[in-house]
Write a protein that binds this ligand. Structure first.
Ligand code: ASP
Length: 326
């Protein structure tokens, strides 16, 4: 008995003195890197900056945003998979990077087992937008113009497997219109080319397009949701505009490398949840047309379960599609 008690005591001392728990207790003691897998100035970058600015207040340490772009965001996610599991390298991504890419690329990592989920972030309907100098003004006119075009319409994307690409594939399957996808390192540079009239259209995250639509530099036809976006209520829904049922919402999230201690994940989760509860942050997201996740979806486990269910939903369709990689 005494031997057993002694062993338990030794085990407890070892456990309490283990570097893992000491590190977790001090977390964070220095700057945290948030890896954005797309270009600066794009929708994922904007979300990362809004979130990290407020998470800094809770955690008492600043964040640095690292834009690791290319291959539909899969390079940036890989950078986090290979980082130390200490909470100092965080992956921000979405349905494209953390679900679709597993079906599109030979990743060299597993999106579920090589990462630990932290929190679900706001989601965003997409918006069908075109360059200004085409004759169409409504969605039926746009569809007619795209169909009649002698050469395939050019659609900008943030790379194979990105949100704008998945939305474009979905659009092709619903309308029967064949698009020529041009991959960029994010929808920020794709937007520059759309404004300049170099590409024809994009099915973009609302948060990325909204400012240009308001400025009148591109034309919006419909948001891919059952209800209009509050901050852009003059844009009809796809149901209203003539593509009933063409709905797509791009959700985002935060992850850290697998084996990151649970207390560190909990601390990052709490900071992110606090940020999303802040009225100033909520207002910024609302202006971008973003929708906050439900309260009961905010645990790391909820994101893990959601990601797995999205993999089950999207992979068969993506694997069946003949997706060309950039
Ligand atoms: N989220 C990407 C970006 O920030 C765009 C996309 O996935 O379509 O550029």
């Amino acid at each position: 008995m005494r031997v057993v008690q002694g062993l338990i005591r030794v085990a407890l001392v070892v456990l309490l003195a283990s570097p893992g728990s000491a590190v977790a207790e001090d977390f964070p003691s220095h700057q945290i890197t948030m890896v954005v897998p797309f270009s600066a100035g794009g929708p994922t970058d904007a979300m990362a900056r809004i979130m990290s600015e407020r998470m800094r207040v809770t955690l008492g340490q600043s964040f640095v945003i690292e834009n690791v772009t290319g291959a539909g965001g899969s390079l940036g996610v890989g950078r986090v998979v290979r980082a130390a599991p200490d909470g100092y390298t965080v992956s921000i991504g979405h349905l494209g990077t953390h679900v679709a890419n597993g079906a599109v690329y030979k990743l060299g990592y597993d999106l579920v087992t090589d990462l630990a989920p932290v929190v679900l972030l706001p989601s965003n309907p997409m918006v069908i937008v075109s360059r200004n100098n085409i004759p169409a003004k409504t969605l039926p006119e746009l569809l007619a113009w795209l169909k009649a075009k002698p050469t395939p319409p050019i659609a900008g994307t943030a790379g194979a497997g990105s949100g704008s690409h998945i939305a474009g594939l979905y659009f092709e399957s619903v309308t029967g219109i064949k698009l020529e996808f041009v991959p960029y390192r994010g929808t920020a540079p794709a937007m520059n080319d759309l404004v300049a009239g170099q590409i024809d259209l994009m099915i973009d995250q609302t948060s990325n397009s909204i400012a240009q639509v308001r400025a009148g530099t591109i034309r919006a036809y419909a948001v891919t949701d059952a209800k209009r976006v509050d901050s852009a209520s003059d844009i009809p829904t796809t149901d209203e505009a003539g593509l009933p049922g063409f709905h797509m919402t791009l959700w985002s999230g935060l992850w850290v490398p697998k084996d990151t201690p649970g207390e560190i994940v909990a601390r990052l989760n709490a900071a992110a949840v606090e940020a999303m509860g802040d009225p100033v942050v909520r207002q910024k997201f609302e202006q971008l047309g973003l929708e906050m996740p439900d309260q009961n979806q905010l645990s790391p486990e909820a994101l893990g379960a959601w990601q797995k269910s999205e993999i089950a939903k999207w992979w068969p369709m993506l694997k069946a599609a003949d997706i060309k990689m950039d």
